[in-house]
Design a protein around this ligand. Sequence first.
Ligand code: ADP
Ligand code: XUL
Length: 515
Amino acid sequence: MHLGIDSSTQSLSGLVINGTTGEIVAEKSVNFGSDLPQYGSPQGFLPGGIDGEVHANPCMWLAALDRMLLELGKLVDLSKISTIGGSGQQHGSVYLNASASERLANLDPHSDLVSQMQSVWSRGTSPIWMDTSTGAQCRQIAETMGGDAEVCARSGSTTIERFTGPQIRKFWQQHPESYESTSRIHLVSSFLCSILAGCHAPIDFGDGAGMNLMNLASRQWDSELLEATAPGLRMKLPELSAAGSVVGAVAEYFVIKYGFSPECRVGVFTGDNPASLVGMGATSPGQVVISLGTSDTFFAGMTQAFTDPRGFGHVFGNPGGGYMCLVCFRNGSLAREALRDQYGLDWSAFDRAALSQTHPGNQGNLMLPFFGPEITPRRDFERPVRQGSEAFVSGGNPDLQVRALLEGQFLNMKLHTDWIGIHVDRILLTGGASRNDGIAQIVADVFGAPVERLAIANSAALGAAILGAVTAGHDMNAMQSKFCHPAQDSRIEPTPGISYDAALSAYAELLEREI
Ligand code: ADP
Ligand code: XUL
């Protein structure tokens, strides 16, 4: 059996698969907000950050790992797990001092992870992907490199505020002494992998590409990008390696505390989106995945690496080989939740509003669906922008508001993914909100393509488990054909005779005017 661990924005999940029978054996999720309220992070991050700063407490991820394994051990015999694969929310970084190596190698099973890691942090909190505070650092790095086109050609993305390089530069500028005392900087993925393996684990080519530091062509750290980012950075970064390659045996802590076999091996972790690509069975080019998690993301395998001329899209390493493209929208579930709460609705009201109470095109009522800063397109919105009837613009009629939000989100997605040039003839939908039929119907209508969902909404955890199977020597494609089937009756066809061409132009015009 293989265990996949996914540490995403709002929860940490474990999912166990049997690679021989094709069975999903057990699944357990720990929600940071509701299960670990002591960390004061109802949505997975510390509220109240100023000037676009969004940080999380890395202890919370450790507490969640301990909790998840304790609960999972009640559902499945952990001694039967032969390999562990994993993934983490992308871009987030963890800063450790020189004592970390020894600590990792000597974790005491009679204590817990949080108390033992207390003295290893060189930075108490971790900037995560929602952070938009590094505009100045992005400009400085781009300037040193001779322009953003050069950064993009090397790393697969222009300088991006949430990407780890600009975040590291800001840390060095604001806290040079703490930066100096940092001996290793991990991503969320490689950090959790290091805990499990009891030694510093590598970063994979998928998550590594989300840092503005990795050279996409050579799959090595790019010396010039490192130099343009912060002094002495090379020494502080882990090695780069392929997702799923063996890191080593699981640390004794997990053997004694949770009953893992000492033979159990840990593979290199990746980012949650690359893991989702694996878990959706979409690593081979030709398929499009839309993930509706905390963020909404649009991604697909690519045969060749080419980049977004407008700079919103990214190219990452694909855990199945080659490349993947990705476009991320910050106002995903958090915006849907904000509108839901503002109107006192529940998710079934979203279903009803989208399926029976309103019509495609929403009688011309349009919304720029941003409740906070957006990254695609980049702008510090504070509230949505409405255009349409007086009643709608003044905030009336919840059903129209729901449809306007959803149509706005997917029109915005369509507008900002056309550069990829993929003919979308089927969409694989995943993430927490994908189970909502109303939302799925609007995706199908806006893109004019059928939508399919897998039985498992948490495709990142499934992808992580499949990467675990790859660590054990299984073929990724064979595992994908075993596990990645659309759920029965999950297919949603686009409504016949509907076109969103006019709505897309109207949306583009409104956006142009407001930006
Ligand atoms: P992440 O991986 O980013 O932590 P998930 O993929 O687990 O996020 O998605 C969690 C989100 O899914 C929740 O915050 C919630 O907003 C949304 N969600 C869950 N169920 C529904 C539903 N039935 N309809 C719409 N959204 C939903
Ligand atoms: C991708 C991104 C988010 C995070 C959290 O670039 O920032 O999707 O990976 O899910």
